[in-house]
Design a protein around this ligand. Structure first.
Ligand code: FES
Length: 570
């Protein structure tokens, strides 16, 4: 026993009826008396699910974590939480990120554990778990699923998501047969693990490493690489030490850790989705992170040559040296910040060496200069919008054009391939109703398909503007997260086909070039769309979700409650 009574001892250290009940029922699994002798009890919070194929390898990793916990003198207990399969859930996994976060938070709070290992990996499981854990604030550490092996098809590497978008456009353009398209399916996803492009999952794993919330190298080791299993074992050992050090999540994470994540996101060409997730995690931690803080990434060069901003995949990134090399290249730009090792983040790049300079470029000779996300403001996005220049077409980053508006996603799907659609390559496509409240859940539909008639003419990119998100694996000149969203009465709701819009990504401007008086008339004539859900969790979500510039968390979940629950159930 340590001097301070462990949290778990409020469950298992009591010599009364309650202690009897807590211990006795756990012993039905064959745990001996000494499992309850005051040693750290470590929760292993697992998002394993066959419906989340990206997390299907987590059973193996959980066992490795347990070995490490036992070895270090702890007692590991694994528990399931809701799992969010990005490619499987309707209407969008993002609708349920906050529900997972609630599940994680309340599971950690309700059970007698002293520290927690978060096992996740698919796009929403990593942020959802971090959000929930942040609100309880125990010692916390992450083990990610790790990326799938590189996709392989017809002798080429193909990347999750990125090549789906590409192939799909090629089929629509008549440049790829449907039979080839279907045949590529099996080659794309050929091992356990997350999307092996620098999509949202690998982005969030990379940023978790840059924030020091996992052991070094966690982000890029392939899911099936034995070194990931060993890393899980070492993580099990480390969480026991963290409990002894009382190294809670709030003692690791300060604003500097989030700034390092923003810098790293630019350097790796990471997903735009990192914005809403980092804002939401910071909100749980009561750290004042704003959309404007993301501007520190704007001038950071792109170093990592991975899809969708480049050509390689996560397996290549791992073999080239992974995040330790990126952190080393960022050098003094990286803010001093604590980590789960209780050491400064600088130790994460100790001894890092790059083994392939075509995969990880040097800071002073980068793949692209100034490639971080840009925050846009203007009357069309008073509370902000974002664009990812590294995945955009340079010639479209400063552009004025005419809007073509889709009022809903159904409107878009019904008309996008109409041969008479009045659009040219200079048109700016605008989609409404894709925000947090509107869809609901802010889905990844912001990278709208290019109209069929333009695809056939060879057009592969156009400016697209919406209140939705886009897949981290997608590319294009896509303005996202317009806030406030159209359903919440943002200016976006007032845009009509034929209006002129000005985008200047370099100056951070997004303007609807329509007189204020006209906009006021349109606002007065506007009627609220009916909500898609009137009961259950989705109604709770619609009623309480914050806008994208606040992280799209539920308003009543922001912040922490670190009190010990003292009341018993019997
Ligand atoms: Fe799960 Fe991409 S769909 S990581």
């Amino acid at each position: 026993m340590t001097e301070k009574k462990r949290r778990s001892q409020h469950w298992y250290g009591k010599l009364d009826k309650d202690g009897f009940i807590h211990r006795s029922w756990m012993k039905n699994q064959g745990f001996p008396d000494h499992a309850f002798d005051g040693r750290p009890i470590i929760g292993i919070c697992n998002t394993w699910s066959e419906l989340t194929p990206c997390n299907s390898g987590l059973r193996v990793l959980a066992e490795a974590v347990k070995r490490g916990v036992w070895e270090a003198g702890g007692f590991p207990v694994e528990f399931p939480v809701m799992s969010l399969g990005e490619t499987q859930m309707k209407p969008t996994a993002m609708l349920f990120r906050n529900l997972l976060a609630m599940d994680v938070e309340e599971s950690i709070r309700a059970y007698g554990i002293d520290g927690v290992v978060l096992l996740g990996g698919c796009d929403k499981t990593t942020p959802g778990q971090l959000m929930g854990a942040a609100s309880v604030d125990l010692p916390t550490i992450v083990v990610s699923s790790g990326p799938m092996l590189n996709g392989k098809w017809q002798g080429k590497d193909i990347g999750s998501g990125t090549d789906v978008w590409k192939f799909s456009e090629e089929v629509r353009a008549g440049e790829m047969t449907l039979a080839d398209f279907m045949a590529a399916e099996s080659g794309m996803s050929r091992s356990a693990g997350v999307c092996m492009t620098m999509g949202t999952a690998s982005t969030m794993a990379s940023l978790t490493e840059a924030m020091g919330m996992c052991l070094p190298t966690n982000a890029a080791l392939p899911a099936v690489d034995a070194r990931r299993t060993a890393l899980a074992h070492l993580t099990g050992k480390r969480i026991v030490e963290m409990v002894d050090e009382d190294l809670t999540m709030s003692k690791v994470m300060t604003k500097a850790n989030f700034e390092n994540a923003i810098l790293a996101n630019a350097a790796v060409g990471g997903s735009t989705n990192a914005v809403v997730h980092l804002l939401a995690i910071a909100g749980r931690m009561e750290i004042d992170l704003t959309l404007e803080d993301f501007e520190i990434g704007g001038d950071i060069p792109l170093l990592v040559n991975c899809m969708p901003s480049g050509k390689y995949l996560m397996e290549d990134f791992c073999y080239a040296g992974g995040m330790p090399v990126v952190l080393k290249e960022l050098g003094d730009i990286v803010r001093p910040a604590n980590t789960v090792l209780n050491k400064d983040i600088s130790v994460y790049s100790d001894g890092a060496e790059c083994f392939n300079r075509d995969v990880i470029y040097p800071f002073d000779a980068p793949l692209k200069p100034a490639a971080g996300l840009r925050v846009l403001k203007g009357n069309l996005a008073p509370d902000g919008a974002i664009i990812k220049p590294s995945a955009a077409s340079d010639h479209l980053l400063q552009h004025e054009g005419v809007a073509h508006v889709f009022e809903t996603i159904e409107d878009l799907k019904a008309t996008i391939d109409d041969p008479d659609l009045p659009v040219t390559a200079d048109t700016m496509l605008v989609l409404k109703g894709a925000g947090p409240k509107g869809y609901p859940g802010m889905p990844e539909v912001g990278n709208m398909p290019i109209p069929g008639k333009l695809v056939k003419e060879g057009v592969r990119d156009m400016i697209r503007i919406s209140d939705g998100r886009m897949s981290g694996t997608a590319f294009g000149t896509v303005v996202l997260h317009v806030s406030p969203e159209s359903t919440a009465g943002g200016t976006l709701a007032l845009v009509e086909t034929g209006d002129r819009i000005r985008l200047d990504a370099k100056a951070g401007v997004l303007e609807l070039l329509v007189d204020d008086a006209v906009l006021a008339e349109r606002r007065a004539a506007r009627t609220e769309p009916d909500p898609h859900y009137t009961r259950g969790y989705a109604k709770l979500y619609i009623d309480h979700v914050l806008q994208a510039n606040k992280g799209a968390d539920l308003d009543f979940l922001v912040g922490r409650d670190t009190r010990l629950v003292t009341r018993e159930s019997h």
